[in-house]
Design a protein around this ligand. Structure first.
Ligand code: NAP
Ligand code: ZN
Length: 349
């Protein structure tokens, strides 16, 4: 299928229109017309080379909402016209213990990312959601409930699952004291989801500029990480902290905020492990953990959870041609919500 997307041709280039082919349907494939595509900070990290060399030209995007156009003969779960989502993965080995337990993101043989990976069968480079169409094997497509607004659901596919998964894993529930560092795309979903699970949530931000947004999301307030007195006063007051900071940083700024046995989970950009693990960890038997997105079943679970609890990401809908300026703003203005591309603004020609 001939289609179009926005690709970058190098780590330094802007995204530009790019005509390309999506593969012919395999028997277990679903062809999807993409309606909305969220803009994740990982798209920038990848394209700009923060995570190493990439196979350019490359189309980013892994928060995809669309409608099924056609299905292969062996597809069972979907039919033409269904509303569906695709997240950060489009394939995995499907046979290892991790895949069998629904944690394809930790596939022993390496999952296939939605963009920038090699297709397991043809070897071609996978291309992401800033495009009109995508073809994905059935196992990596999730259903989108009618209760969700299609224009405001895309960020659940990455920002939602990436924050939901550790909140569930660490058993966040009524009364849990949760801190979310960084009020951006991931952070704002982390707040909404933790609040819906009954937690008492505080946003840990570099200033109090986002206080109103934090409260509107259900947080009890902001702890300003650059205010040393406030940070000292908050020592030991969190059971769980989700760190979404997208740059190299020293987590020793935040670990003293954990209570005994508390956990800080890194989901933001890693790359600062040259920092020694120091006293706060040892003195509190605290843990630092990492977490990578979530499995397909759990992605379905978070979509259904959001539908059930009427949770919608805060989205600013943009035109395709506005994507480069949205990336600039993501880097320089730190918006407290998600940009989502309305794919109808990209014409096929
Ligand atoms: P985002 O929308 O840009 O939000 C990041 C937030 O971090 C900003 O709004 C800002 O919040 C804070 N921040 C920015 N620069 C900072 C700095 N120098 N020091 C301290 N805080 C800073 O990004 P996102 O889309 O939420 O993604 C966040 C990170 O998660 C990215 O690194 C992304 O690659 C990663 N990610 C990981 C996974 C995973 O599976 N583990 C999945 C998706 C994304 P304040 O203004 O409130 O301080
Ligand atoms: Zn993402």
């Amino acid at each position: 299928m001939k289609t179009i997307g926005y690709a970058s041709h190098s780590a330094k280039d802007d995204l530009v229109p790019f005509h390309f082919e999506r593969r012919d349907l395999r028997e277990n494939d679903v062809a999807i017309e993409i309606l909305y595509s969220g803009v994740c900070h990982s798209d920038l990290h990848t394209i700009k080379g923060d995570w190493g060399e990439q196979p350019y030209p490359l189309i980013p995007g892994h928060e995809i909402i669309g409608r099924v156009l056609e299905v292969g003969p062996k597809v069972k779960k979907f039919k033409t016209g269904d509303n569906v989502g695709v997240g950060c993965m489009v394939d995995s080995c499907q046979t290892c213990d991790q895949c069998e337990s629904g944690e394809e993101q930790y596939c022993r043989n390496g999952m296939t990312a939605t963009y920038g990976s090699q297709d397991r069968i043809s070897g071609e480079t996978t291309q992401g959601g800033y495009s009109k169409h995508i073809v994905v094997r059935e196992e990596f497509v999730v259903s989108v409930s009618d209760k969700l607004k299609l224009s405001h659901a895309a960020p659940i596919l990455c920002a939602g699952i990436t924050t939901y998964s550790p909140l569930k894993k660490w058993n966040i529930q009524k009364g849990s004291r949760v801190g979310v560092i960084g009020l951006g795309g991931l952070g704002h979903m982390g707040v909404k989801l933790a609040v819906a699970m009954g937690a008492e949530v505080t946003v840990i931000s570099r200033s109090n500029k986002k206080e109103d947004s934090a409260k509107a999301l259900g947080a009890k307030g902001i702890l300003v990480s650059t205010d040393e007195n406030a940070m000292q006063a908050a020592a030991g007051s969190f059971d769980f902290i989700l760190d979404t900071v997208p740059v190299k940083h020293d987590f020793n700024t935040y670990t003293p905020l954990l209570d005994v046995d508390g956990t800080l989970v890194l989901v933001g950009q890693i790359g600062f492990m040259d920092e020694p693990l120091t006293v706060p960890l040892v003195m509190g038997r605290r843990r630092i953990a990492g977490s990578l997105i979530g499995g397909v079943a759990e992605t379905q679970e978070v979509l259904d959870f959001c539908a059930e609890h009427d949770i919608h990401p805060v989205c600013e809908i943009i035109k395709m041609e506005e994507v480069n300026s949205a990336w600039d703003k993501l880097l320089n203005e730190n918006p407290d919500h998600r940009y989502v591309i309305d794919m109808s603004t990209l014409s096929l020609n």
